[in-house]
Design a protein around this ligand. Structure first.
Ligand SMILES: NC(=O)c1ccc[n+]([C@@H]2O[C@H](COP(=O)([O-])OP(=O)(O)OC[C@H]3O[C@@H](n4cnc5c(N)ncnc54)[C@H](OP(=O)(O)O)[C@@H]3O)[C@@H](O)[C@H]2O)c1
Length: 246
């Protein structure tokens, strides 16, 4: 079967394309760098021609309120193009707890993306993943200076991008869920402790200061980013993953 992977050149998309191809499927990586743009519509009809499944792993270039326009326009264009092409399954990658953080523009944008998918004409699946291990360095960099990293004690349950890709691959190759699959990492941390572990393993001498107002995750109340009882837990532990990378 043909799978069109929107954002198929990105962190998750490239791994999903590789997994689909390894399983013997035709997997097309569709993104601006391969001539397909979900905002302008350029190349979209051709990329979806003959596709049974569309896997949407594209991302907004910014996390601010412009991300609402990105996910509104891209989801609208993709649903319309999918209907024209007779696509039977639209899959979107979203975020665990995304509807519980109204203070973040980017999370509101992802909720909008999910809602448009649900209201759309095509059978669908939503995979909600927790924060990727690969995202931790960026989170630390937002609120750091030469000596300290300021982080709130927000509970998180991060997972490896490779495990996210495996979950997306499994859902994309199955029947449409008509709902949400939550996936999460095997361990729960507070974000400040995750920062401390990261700096310790990297031999980085900076100190993590717990600061309930620091960075994007300060907007998160309680443990809404945790997988919850129905989440499928992935196998890779953060400590092992980071040690392998060093
Ligand atoms: N970060 C996290 O912890 C986390 C957690 C849960 C879910 N997610 C979700 O996971 C998804 C994928 O994230 P990622 O980190 O894999 O993204 P990424 O590495 O930033 O890749 C983004 C992809 O989107 C493509 N893209 C950008 N603008 C596009 C456009 N106008 N038309 C078509 N494609 C476009 C890019 O194409 P080019 O390479 O050609 O620019 C690239 O392939 C996102 O939707 C995000 O919300 C993230």
């Amino acid at each position: 079967m043909k799978f069109t992977v929107i954002g198929g050149t990105g962190l998750i998309g490239s791994q999903v394309v590789a997994k689909l191809a390894a399983a013997g499927h035709e997997a097309v990586a569709a993104s601006p760098s391969t001539g397909v743009d979900v905002i302008t519509g350029e190349g979209l009809d051709k990329a979806l021609e003959g596709a049974g499944v569309v896997v949407n792993l594209s991302n907004s270039p910014t996390f601010d309120d412009k991300s609402l326009d990105f996910f509104r326009t891209s989801m609208g264009n993709l649903l319309a193009a999918g209907e024209r092409a007779g696509v039977g399954h639209q899959v979107v990658l979203s975020i665990v707890g995304v509807d519980q953080v109204p203070g973040l523009d980017y999370y509101r944008a992802k909720v909008l993306q999910e809602e448009l998918l649900r209201q759309g004409p095509t059978p669908y699946s939503i995979v909600r993943a927790t924060q990727f291990f690969e995202f931790v360095d960026a989170v630390l960099s937002w609120t750091s200076d030469e000596r300290t990293v300021r982080l709130p004690a927000t509970p998180v349950q991060p997972m490896a991008a490779a495990d996210v890709a495996a979950a997306v691959h499994e859902v994309a190759t199955g029947a449409p869920l008509g709902g949400i699959r939550n996936v999460a990492g095997p361990d729960v941390f507070t974000l400040d402790d995750l920062g401390r572990l990261t700096l310790e393993l990297k031999g980085d001498g900076r100190e993590v200061v717990t600061d309930g107002t620091a960075g994007m995750f300060a907007a998160v109340d309680g443990d809404v980013l945790i997988g919850g009882p129905d989440a499928r837990l992935s196998p890779t532990h953060y400590r092992d993953w980071l040690q392998r990378k060093l």
